[in-house]
Design a protein around this ligand. Structure first.
Ligand SMILES: [Fe+2]
Length: 223
């Protein structure tokens, strides 16, 4: 077929602009170029062997415990999106991390470190239509050999499971962390390093925002 002549191309562009299509297409493309897929990181040895009875999204309060967890209370929030920016609903987001003493609530963590029984250690949240998730937990602390981090696992209907880890901006241990350093691309590495900042809505607590970007290949349960 003969390529469009210049005037025909102008007419075509004009009609697309009138329909609002020309504006949408480049925007979608540039969004896809900017947004980096969240990298996969090792699950590690401390994913729970048995899901605790209290597995809600508030890890700071445990059913039956009178006191709250030791540590800096932090609201870890974000959205699960595909790389075109579309929210992923019904994504199950699981997190697990060590307590403020650096101890995991796991039978494999048998180090001689006191266990904070007021910390839940694990929590889960299922996203709604806008892909948002929310946890109330503690700011992660380092333990021997690792920079502070929170483990994440995302799964759900039609979702290829992703396991990753989120790190704390400014933590001096980040540079020497072998798992974080294994992400070769600096931009991708920085995408899992998150600022913990004062939370305006709840004085005394911190806020950390971490969006999780999954592949956009049409297999996700969107609607
Ligand atoms: Fe860990």
């Amino acid at each position: 077929m003969r390529p469009f002549s210049a005037p025909r191309r102008r007419v075509l562009a004009g009609s697309l602009t009138a329909l609002g299509l020309l504006a949408v297409v480049p925007l979608t493309r540039s969004y896809a170029q900017q947004v980096l897929r969240t990298p996969s990181q090792t699950t590690g040895p401390f994913y729970p062997t048995t899901i605790p009875l209290d597995s809600d999204s508030d890890l700071v309060m445990v059913n039956g415990q009178a006191q709250i967890a030791k540590g800096q209370i932090s609201n870890v929030v974000g959205r699960v999106l595909d790389e075109r920016g579309r929210p992923i609903r019904q994504a199950r987001v699981e997190i697990w991390q060590c307590d403020a003493n650096g101890r995991y609530h796991h039978s494999r963590d048998n180090r001689n470190v006191p266990l904070d029984a007021n910390f839940q250690g694990y929590g889960r949240f299922t996203t709604g239509a806008d892909g948002t998730y929310r946890f109330r937990t503690i700011k992660p602390v380092p333990y021997p050999g690792r920079a502070p981090h929170i483990h994440f696992k995302i799964s759900g209907p039609g979702i290829e499971p992703l396991t990753t880890q989120m790190y704390v901006a400014g933590a001096p241990e980040n540079e020497g962390d072998w798992i974080l350093s294994s992400i070769g691309d600096e931009r991708v590495r920085n995408s899992v390093i998150v600022k913990f900042e004062p939370h305006d809505d709840t004085p005394g607590e911190l806020l950390a925002k971490f969006n999780i970007i999954l592949a956009a290949d049409g297999r996700f349960g969107k609607g």
